[in-house]
Design a protein around this ligand. Structure first.
Ligand SMILES: C[S@@+](CC[C@H](N)C(=O)[O-])C[C@H]1O[C@@H](n2cnc3c(N)ncnc32)[C@H](O)[C@@H]1O
Length: 270
């Protein structure tokens, strides 16, 4: 880090602590949203959800919780994800059935919202936290989104959604919490752990193949992405340019889950 970046870095982490601490379950004011945009993304307009930049959110009656401002997948990343899915499908055989998108840990719902629009597919989403759910539900209603959001544990949503097509897409971004270590993100320690989530997806589909997108930070604990894969095939990793000034980037890993029962990720052992 350059010396000139240090104050911005310190301000960013101070903001992060406030958003995940006292402001965690509070709606941010217009000023706080703009400050968050400046410190997290370089300028207020670059903090954007549902295609609405931070300075316009209040007027559009979009309400963002402190924790969601940190945790959400910000524009334009969901549109880039949709582009990669379209690229992958362009070179894979057609599949029967009307494919769906399932956003298992939906938070703001921003990923599901954009994927539904870009891919023209029904989107089903679950969010367990009642406060995050209410906020997400309200914002999705405001923008006229067709995302079908449930206040539920992701396993309940999976239980209600058998496989429809081999082009079904699952978005996996559970809470990081103690998985965020000095060595990077440990996917075996997210809440719930990613290997467990993959196992539940496979069983809910009777092991019919599908596409899974796992979001991580730019540093992942060595091997923790590979352990759960079994016979899943890694197709692509999308590495969008990080937002200045904090410069930590997101990664989106795209996998084709196979139909092999032997590759059940719940068999993973540390
Ligand atoms: C990292 S955030 C995802 C943010 C999301 N990608 C967005 O764009 O806003 C993880 C979310 O999963 C929710 N969550 C945690 N455990 C869950 C579970 N078992 N089932 C459903 N949602 C859960 C958390 O409340 C949190 O909102």
């Amino acid at each position: 880090m350059h010396a000139s970046e240090e104050p911005a870095h310190a301000d960013y982490f101070a903001l992060r602590n406030r958003l995940l601490g006292p402001l965690r379950n509070r709606f941010l004011t217009a000023d706080q949203l703009c400050e968050a945009g400046r410190l997290m993304c370089g300028r207020p307009e670059s903090l954007s959800l549902y295609g609405i930049p931070a300075p316009e959110m209040a007027a559009r009656e979009i309400r963002i919780l402190g924790r969601t401002a940190i945790e959400c997948t910000k524009d334009p990343h969901p549109i880039a994800i949709a582009g990669v899915i379209a690229d992958i499908e362009a070179i894979t055989p057609e599949a029967d059935g009307e494919a769906m998108v399932v956003d298992l840990f939906c938070g703001s719902g921003n990923i599901g919202h954009h994927l539904g629009r870009c891919l023209g597919r029904p989107v089903y989403a679950s969010e367990l936290d009642p406060v995050v759910y209410e906020a997400g539900r309200r914002n999705l209603d405001r923008i006229g989104s067709t995302v079908r959001l449930r206040h539920a544990d992701y396993r309940d949503l999976l239980g209600a959604l058998p496989a429809r097509s081999e082009r079904d897409v699952y978005i996996v971004e559970p809470s990081w919490g103690r998985a965020f270590t000095s060595e990077g993100l440990d996917l075996t320690r997210t809440s719930p752990p990613v290997p467990e989530i993959i196992g539940h997806i496979q069983r809910s589909r009777g092991h019919v193949p599908c596409l899974v997108v796992v979001e991580t930070s730019d540093r992942v604990v060595r091997g923790s992405l590979d352990t759960w894969c079994g016979k899943a095939v890694h197709l692509r990793t999308l590495a969008p340019k990080p937002f200045p000034p904090h410069r930590t980037g997101s990664r989106f890993h795209f996998y084709r889950l196979s139909e092999s029962r032997e590759a059940d990720p719940l068999k993973w052992t540390p």
